[in-house]
Design a protein around this ligand. Structure first.
Ligand code: TRP
Length: 337
């Protein structure tokens, strides 16, 4: 038996931040030897909200380069661009036709994003989870690393797969593999620098709210200097009255590779004036190797092209085989050669 397969993806919407890294990519990197991994840059998802055609391609390359910079290893993992494998859009259509509309209308993320979009809600926004299901199901993924906010989409993926299998498969020979979530016990939830009760997010209009992986040392210094704290002296984890304190200590613990206990001990008597420079230096040092590797990769466009070309070839082979299986199960006349 081969290794189990993992698939995940990040949207190329601007800069990746520490929440993306600590909550997702770092876990992919840690688990990658155990699995056969596919990591895609989900550019088709990025156009479900209004987007800028001038930056889409560059952002797509940047996310692929950041995967490499964060330690995704091509010996264990395939990196590819979603739109380079047309099977994603085609399977989406086939799945659309068996997915009940009301399954999509009740997706929490759709409802939240639709409210923000107001009048301008595209059909693609509603269909977003079906495209995500196609991403996962095309690769017969066994495991999908998901954070809290994507759990409902993975549930939907499972429901769609089971429905297709039930309607068009035989029990002995399911058409699609039903994936399981890969939940890691220590999945860090990194919160905003301006509000310790809200997740660090790309969609927050304030740059000050997040630490981007590519922020230079001066920007990091400024952001940490200005981040929200409280007037209490002495720092502690897990005090519900002090969400910012918990978040900043958590960041410090992860970035300095220390246990929570060690950090609680070290910072118990500190004031913010002492802690902030410590967090700043730790962050600068933690991001330095990622930024160096990123610059190296971005400085060699031919190399990045070759990574994405290989990724496209490897991904296409698997995706096309699954697509052919689904087409056959649905009864299509095979294309004539
Ligand atoms: N919706 C995911 C997010 O925003 C991104 C994504 C697209 C994804 N396709 C996927 C994640 C497939 C895991 C598997 O985080």
């Amino acid at each position: 038996m081969g290794r189990q397969r993992v698939l995940s993806g990040v949207q190329p919407t601007g800069n990746l931040h520490l929440g993306n890294y600590l909550g997702a990519i770092r876990n992919w990197v840690e688990g990658q030897q155990k699995y056969e991994n596919f990591f895609c840059v989900v550019d088709l998802h990025a156009i479900t909200v209004p987007h800028d055609p001038k930056t889409l391609a560059e952002n797509t390359r940047a996310v692929a380069a950041l995967y490499l910079a964060c330690g995704i290893d091509l010996d264990h993992s395939t990196i590819f661009v979603q739109s380079h494998v047309p099977a994603h859009t085609e399977l989406t259509w086939l799945l659309n036709c068996i997915t009940p509309l009301n399954w999509l209308e009740r997706m929490i993320q759709f409802k939240e994003k639709a409210i923000k979009q107001g009048e301008n809600v595209g059909v693609g926004l509603l269909d977003y989870p079906v495209l995500m299901a196609a991403d996962i199901l095309l690769y017969d993924a066994d495991k999908v690393p998901v954070g809290e906010d994507q759990k409902q989409h993975l549930e939907l993926t499972r429901d769609i797969a089971m429905r297709l299998n039930y309607q068009f498969g035989r029990e002995e020979a399911p058409v699609l593999k039903v994936p399981d979530p890969l939940i890691r016990p220590e999945g860090a939830r990194i919160m905003s620098l301006t509000d310790g009760t809200r997740k660090m997010s790309k969609s927050d209009p304030s740059e000050q709210s997040r630490i981007n992986l590519l922020d230079d040392p001066d920007t990091l210094r400024q952001k940490i200097k200005r981040c929200k704290t409280d007037p209490v002296r002495g720092l502690e984890f897990d005090n519900p009255e002090r969400p910012e304190c918990n978040n900043l200590l958590t960041l410090y613990a992860i970035l300095s590779n220390q246990t929570k206990d060690a950090v609680a001990e070290e910072c118990r008597e500190m004031g913010w004036g002492q802690f902030k420079p410590l967090l700043t230096e730790t962050t600068v040092e933690a991001l330095r190797p990622i930024q160096e590797k990123y610059n190296e990769v971005m400085g060699d466009p031919g190399y990045l092209d070759s990574v994405l070309r290989d990724g496209q070839a490897r991904a296409s082979e698997i995706a096309n085989a699954t697509l052919a299986r689904v087409r056959a199960a649905l009864g299509f006349l095979p294309p004539l050669s």
